[in-house]
Design a protein around this ligand. Sequence first.
Ligand code: PMP
Length: 414
Amino acid sequence: MTTTAAPLAAFTALFAEPAGSPIRELFPYLSRPGMISLAGGYPSTSLFDAQGLAQAATHAMAQGASALQYGATEGLPALREALAQQARDRGMQASAGDVLVTTGSQQAFDLLVRVLIEPGDTVLVEVPAYPATLQALRLAQANIVSIPMDEHGLQTDALAQLLADLPAHQRPKLLYTVPNFSNPRGTLLSAQRRTALVELALQYGFWIAEDDPYGELRFDAASGQAVTVPDTLRATAQTLAAPGHNPVVYLSSLSKTVAPALRVGWMLTDAAMQRRCTVAKQTVDLCTSPLAQMVAASYLQSGRYAGTVQRARQEYQRRMQALVHGLNALPGQPIRCSTPAGGMFVWAQIDRDLEPQRLFDAAVSQSVVYVPGKAFYPSQPDIHTLRMSFAAPEVPQIEQAVQRLAQAVQQVLS
Ligand code: PMP
């Protein structure tokens, strides 16, 4: 005999009809045979240091029980030290205790939102923005305010004006930016703007989430020298803020330089923020996988990291050039793109007479996929934009992708 069941209790209002990630929703297209994907920000599989990681994994397993047991929420001491060293190499003051290891940098931002943002709080976001950031802020019911960008990154003059105009009850608590080779726009924020941004944060008392998964992936300038990446915002703030009051929370990750499957990211911040994020993390996953942390620590200690990053810089620059040159050579330049100085992304404007959805459908029918620009706007999207990642496909595939895009353009115009 079956009991008559009452209807199950309802989902929360936020999860009644949740919107999924616009990028993850492209996944079904990616598995189609012959598809070339310029969509996700996936690192190149040919750049994974499989041998070095296998050695690191063997070394991790040789640690026995400690690799297989739960670990401290803050992270494994050896990994915290290796990441603090990376921070020092990037000009920031850091010791192992200042680093909170997170399950990808995605989690680091989510923790920050949990400890800072209540429904209705204002969060400033550079736009176009990384969609997962927008998703986290929507779920927190933040009041998302867009800050425009140009080819030099976030426009600090516009920000200063906006802050002066915002009513007191809308004072922002947090600003989100990717200063180095932003996702999706590929821009590098100038040193002058970095100083201006930190000064505004100190003047108005908001936190800055400095998301930096791409800073190491800088290309060579025409001179052959590596592009100069200005000091991080956190390092900039060290000279401007009182000790222990740095408003910049620095987030980074091993996903783009070593392997995303490790799910190792990190947060560098002062003690008060770290303590709160640690407590928030306790309820999310107790700790980041100790096994993955040990693999990451052994890998960083092995001395192979620098070579791996160097290879990635060179290869991504070749791929970027293939994409940019190919698009610029298309007759009439229907897809006009930026030339990034690092990272994984090219941002493009499409001709006004190309209807964006029709172009996307035509591209898919030609077996090439990219991310339509509307995914990167919290509101009022510029729909005649798109993001392409050159990181995953090899150069010949990129050349083929450009030809397919040219055919898609023809298909829409005919
Ligand atoms: N921030 C930005 C700007 C990203 O592009 C990504 C990955 N696409 C992340 C954070 C998340 O990276 P992770 O794998 O470390 O969670």
